[in-house]
Write a protein that binds this ligand. Structure first.
Ligand code: FES
Length: 108
């Protein structure tokens, strides 16, 4: 098991997360107010932008391959290096869903 430092920019919070643990689980254990909902990689509520470092998140089904390069779903993501993350930053596809829903409502 390897442990990495995960820093949340803007808040100054830093935690240690093992490569066997999800970032969300470590946040909950450390009392960090990371948003989440589904905890199965679908809703994007737990998203964070990856500013530095690498994660593995093969089960992050809510992200496109391109988004998974830049965003971590913390409920699924395990660190592969020290990380700098910006919590509460969402991938463009979440905006697309909202826009589509709005358009559908307007058509009714
Ligand atoms: S909590 Fe839903 S994708 Fe992580």
């Amino acid at each position: 098991m390897t442990e990495y430092t995960v820093e949340f920019v803007g808040t100054g919070e830093t935690i240690t997360v093992s490569d066997k643990q999800t970032i969300l689980k470590a946040c909950i254990e450390e009392g960090i107010a990371q948003e989440y909902s589904c905890r199965v990689g679908m809703c994007l509520a737990c998203s964070a932008e990856i500013l530095e470092g690498d994660v593995t998140q093969p089960a992050a089904r809510g992200l496109t391959d391109e988004e998974a390069e830049r965003f971590a779903l913390t409920c699924m993501a395990r660190p592969q290096s020290d990380l700098k993350l910006d919590r509460g930053v969402y991938p463009p596809s979440i905006e697309g869903d909202a826009a589509t829903a709005g358009t559908a409502a307007d058509d009714d």
